[in-house]
Write a protein that binds this ligand. Structure first.
Ligand SMILES: [Fe+2]
Ligand SMILES: [Fe+2]
Length: 151
């Protein structure tokens, strides 16, 4: 699968998880969904930062450079919120507010990637995108295995 298609698929999956959190009032379920969201986002940002962004940056255009730098900063904010979430009780009124902010942030970030960065990334060519995609998929799976072993 092309790297850009893999990332788009993961964006869709995480958006669906946010929707599920919205649809349940059950604190235990919310906590579980939240753990799933955290793990998906951690794995997703990891393969972007380790593999995909450096490849886009390698295109060496000012636009690619600017988009990648901005994306790293957005990931940074996402990680700050993720780090706080385990400390918030799902029944606390702040839980919902934090989830909304996180979900809006992720949505905005993912849309920008898809509309701008992934378009630019097509310049890497189909063969390179397929090869990056395979590499990223393996890296993502290894990350998830390690995370579930640690849990
Ligand atoms: Fe990203
Ligand atoms: Fe992404």
């Amino acid at each position: 699968m092309k790297a850009t298609d893999l990332l788009k698929k993961q964006h869709k999956e995480v958006k669906a998880l946010f929707k599920k959190v919205d649809d349940t009032e059950n604190a235990r379920q919310r906590r579980q969904l939240l753990d799933e969201i955290s793990q998906s986002l951690e794995g997703h940002t990891l393969i972007e930062e380790e593999i995909f962004y450096p490849a886009v940056r390698g295109l060496e255009t000012p636009k690619a450079e600017e988009m990648v730098l901005e994306a790293y900063e957005e990931h940074h904010v996402v990680k700050l919120i993720l780090a706080e979430l385990p400390l918030v009780d799902p029944e606390d009124e702040r839980f919902e507010a934090k989830m909304t902010v996180l979900s809006e942030l992720v949505e905005h970030h993912a849309d920008e990637e898809e509309k701008e960065m992934f378009k630019t990334a097509q310049k890497l060519g189909k063969v390179e995108l397929e090869s990056l995609g395979r590499h990223m998929e393996e890296r993502f799976e290894a990350f998830c295995r390690r995370a579930s072993e640690a849990a």
